[in-house]
Design a protein around this ligand. Structure first.
Ligand code: SF4
Length: 328
């Protein structure tokens, strides 16, 4: 079950109160087999039930991968019983080896030409109003996989035109400008790319990526088409300092990013980066208050927040927030 502590903080006084409430606590105790004990507020629904199995069966039948399974997402029980699955295109093997990510690393197989239509068929069968598409990193491909994103968007527009489309892309290292131009021309509704963590931790947590390149990618999307919502996320609990998180927020605002997501990092296996802190729900709320004060159109911040968690509802909120801002 999702745990959200509702703390409403507004105005200058609220800002200061929020600053004081950000106290990452609960340093995780190691367990004998190397696993780290999770605090009580990390409670999730067990993955089971008829709709869950139906969603899983559909993905297998169409030969699609999902980040929900590959990343061992804690929300899979809740999301899949609502038929919300995030399709991971371009295969199940990534060319990078980030310290936080459970997706396997290696030399990927050839791109599946049927994947765009299969993704669209899945969206139609699931009756999705909003779909999130992500991918592995494909540094081996000349375009980094951008053309497959375009084909998926086109197949979705043809097959299920009322479904709104959110893409969560890699950084397209050294190929970003061409990739952005082609993807933006296909006009997804939301363009998400996660900064994941603070710049100081990139060498250990996200060694194949560059913080400012990721930031520039998002800025460039907005410059090419301001009507596309931009979104980015960070994981907390990797050893980041509070002021470093505030700096990331400022960097994101200077890149005109609309929507910030913040969630607790969870160690997928003992081989991955350790959790340094379990950030309390109250501290997540305090970060959210600060982010709102910095001007994001929308902020999602809780221990179980993930990029694609409640993405459909959040998209409706994003649209409403933009309309309200324009009406002012
Ligand atoms: S939060 Fe996203 S990745 Fe996790 S189960 Fe839900 S849709 Fe899948």
């Amino acid at each position: 079950m999702m745990i959200r502590a509702a703390v409403v903080v507004s105005g200058a006084d609220g800002y200061l109160r929020a600053m004081n409430e950000i106290t990452p606590i609960a340093h995780p105790a190691a367990q004998p087999e190397g696993r780290q004990r999770k605090p009580d507020w990390i409670r999730v629904k067990a993955p089971m039930g008829a709709v869950f199995n139906e969603t899983k069966g559909l993905m297998r039948r169409l030969g699609l991968n999902t980040v929900c399974e590959e990343a061992a997402c804690p929300n899979i029980g809740e999301c899949w019983t609502k038929k919300h699955a995030t399709v991971m295109i371009l295969g199940d093997t990534c060319t990078r080896a980030c310290a936080f990510c459970n997706v396997k690393t290696g030399m990927p197989r050839a791109v599946d030409v049927l994947e765009p239509q299969h993704t669209a068929d899945a969206a139609a069968e699931l009756g999705l109003e909003h779909i999130v598409i992500t991918s592995v990193d494909r540094d081996d491909l000349p375009d980094g996989g951008a053309s497959q994103f375009v084909k998926v968007i086109e197949a979705l527009r043809r097959t299920t035109p009322s479904t709104t489309i959110e893409i969560l892309t890699p950084d397209f290292r050294n190929k970003a400008q061409a990739a952005i131009e082609s993807i933006v021309t296909a006009r997804p509704d939301v363009y998400n790319h996660n900064l994941e963590t603070v710049p100081r931790l990139y060498p250990t947590i996200r060694p194949g990526a560059r913080y400012y390149a990721s930031l520039r990618l998002l800025e460039s999307v907005k410059r090419h088409d301001p009507s596309i919502f931009t979104k980015s996320g960070v994981m907390l609990g990797l050893g980041e300092e509070r002021l470093e998180v505030h700096q990331v927020m400022d960097d994101m605002r200077s890149a005109d990013i609309d929507f910030l997501t913040m969630g607790q990092y969870l160690q997928p296996t003992p081989r991955h980066a350790k959790v340094q802190d379990f950030v309390t729900p109250k501290a997540f709320d305090a970060y959210a208050a600060i982010a709102r004060a910095k001007g994001f159109l929308l902020v999602a911040s809780s221990p179980l927040t993930r990029s694609s968690y409640h993405a459909g509802d959040d998209f409706a909120r994003l649209r409403a927030a933009r309309e309200a801002k324009l009406a002012r």
